[in-house]
Design a protein around this ligand. Structure first.
Ligand code: EPU
Length: 417
């Protein structure tokens, strides 16, 4: 079994480049099959979720060529095939093939999507959206069969501004007849990236990034290119690391407007942050004030950074409170942080974190992607050696994490044990 081993306590200086966003690329790849010609995606991160999606495109008889961080996808000879459980269950984003295949071939058969176990992750809004467009959805044991004779534009209201449902409905609607309006759409930057890609192919999507998205259906989608936006969650993770251990640590290729909630909070608690074009330079302060965070949809504080910031809260002088509102089970890091010396009590999805507590290296396990990221942060900070198992979760979302941290002075490696 592969494990990450960290000898903590090192100050970090130098430069960390941010990769393309996982949560964008996992939708851009499935979106590509809607295109009637070849498409190209630039700045594709080398993460395991990417490989799982490429396997699905190949299963559907699509062609994928990847050179470094550029991916060419050609789905002109797409064949409708059942997406097997061993592929669908590898990641959450396999569900974007529902919208994309429905939009392209009007028929989808696939097994349940997988992904991190961070709570009840229903997809009822996605399915209701497909039904509103004229599809019938049948659930047979662990398999979904979604079929439409014809897709027709509709007005859809999402009960919650779900990222996945917004993207999936956009994918299904781009080639539908007539106009679709998604009200209470999610506003995350990843949605704008996907809409831009589809518009580059000739789709007619307006309002992405606001809570009302209008999609006028088109018949044909032509050759197009797109660049994956920088990963705001990866950047946020390294910004938190810099806040704890950075000495003029430079985080490069960042869109700071995507990180306003995190950056404002860190400045409020005393972190030294300097902005230079698309770079952020961070040095850790001597003391942190305690602070409170409630996770919210964009532009609020992102749920994906709640677990990483919980480590910083252990270093604040006093009690900090972290309330998770998006998922029902996103505190998998707490048990291990407490084993490392933290003082955290959890009541439902609210963590009460009393600091400042020194952290000590020990054997811990990642329960999901962002819990894993928070254990890496804790390991970098802790005295002694931290050994993290279940690292496949971490490698799903952080490109070249070992290399990036080693380059700025961390003592971190992967071992086989
Ligand atoms: N929800 C429903 N029904 C639905 C859809 C969502 O009840 O049909 C609920 C979910 O159960 C959850 C909440 O709504 O409680 C939020 O779900 P949303 O659909 O917004 O999230 P997602 O599309 O499943 C994406 C990212 C997540 C990220 C969230 C929120 C991908 C593949 N995943 O998930 O990323 O936390 O948006 O920003 O894009 C991660 O990167 O660690 C991660 C979990």
């Amino acid at each position: 079994m592969k494990k990450i081993v960290i000898n903590g306590g090192k100050e970090l200086s130098g430069s960390i480049p941010i990769s393309g966003a996982k949560n964008s690329v996992v939708a851009l790849i499935p979106a590509s099959i809607l295109c009637d010609e070849e498409t190209t995606i630039y700045n594709v991160p080398e993460i395991s979720d990417r490989d799982a999606l490429v396997d699905i495109i190949k299963l559907l008889n699509g062609e994928v060529k990847t050179t470094q961080d550029t991916m060419h996808i050609n789905a002109q000879n797409l064949k409708n095939t059942v997406i097997k459980e061993e592929l669908s269950s590898k990641l959450r984003a396999s569900y974007y093939f529902m919208g994309a295949l429905l939009g392209k071939l009007k028929h989808v058969e696939m097994y349940f999507p997988g992904g991190c176990k961070i709570g009840n992750r229903k997809i009822d809004f996605h399915l209701k959206g497909f039904e509103a467009l004229g599809a019938t959805v049948t659930e047979q044991e662990d398999r979904y069969i979604i079929h439409a004779e014809e897709l027709k534009g509709a007005r859809i209201y999402l009960d919650f501004a779900s990222v996945g449902a917004t993207i999936n409905i956009m994918l299904a609607a781009v080639k539908a007849k007539g106009t679709t309006i998604i009200n209470n759409a999610a506003k995350e930057p990843e949605i704008v990236n996907i809409a831009t890609y589809l518009n580059n192919m000739g789709a007619k999507i307006k309002g992405a990034g606001t809570s009302k998205i209008t999609i006028e259906g088109v018949d044909y989608l032509h050759k197009a290119i797109i660049e994956v936006i920088p990963d705001r969650i990866e950047a946020g993770t390294y910004i938190i690391i810099g806040s704890l251990l950075g000495k003029e640590l430079i985080i490069e290729n960042v869109i700071k407007e995507h990180l306003t909630s995190l950056l404002s909070k860190l400045q409020e608690v005393g972190v030294n942050i300097e902005f230079k074009k698309n770079k952020i330079i961070i040095s850790h302060p001597d003391h942190f004030q305690p602070f409170n965070i409630t996770t919210l949809i964009f532009p609020g504080f992102p749920t994906d950074l709640a677990q990483p910031i919980s480590v910083l809260m252990t270093q604040c002088e006093g009690q900090s409170i972290l309330e998770e509102t998006i998922y029902t089970n996103r505190m998998g890091q707490v048990e291990y942080l407490n084993q490392m010396g933290a003082n955290i009590e959890v009541n439902n999805q609210t963590a009460f974190i009393k600091g400042k507590t020194p952290l000590y290296g020990t054997d811990v396990a990642a329960s999901d992607l962002r819990a894993g990221a928070s254990l890496v942060i804790a390991g970098l900070l802790a005295e002694g050696t931290t050994k993290i198992s279940n690292i496949e979760y971490i490698l799903r979302g952080y490109e070249h994490i070992i290399e990036k941290l080693t380059a700025v002075g961390a003592d971190i490696k992967i071992i086989e044990e």
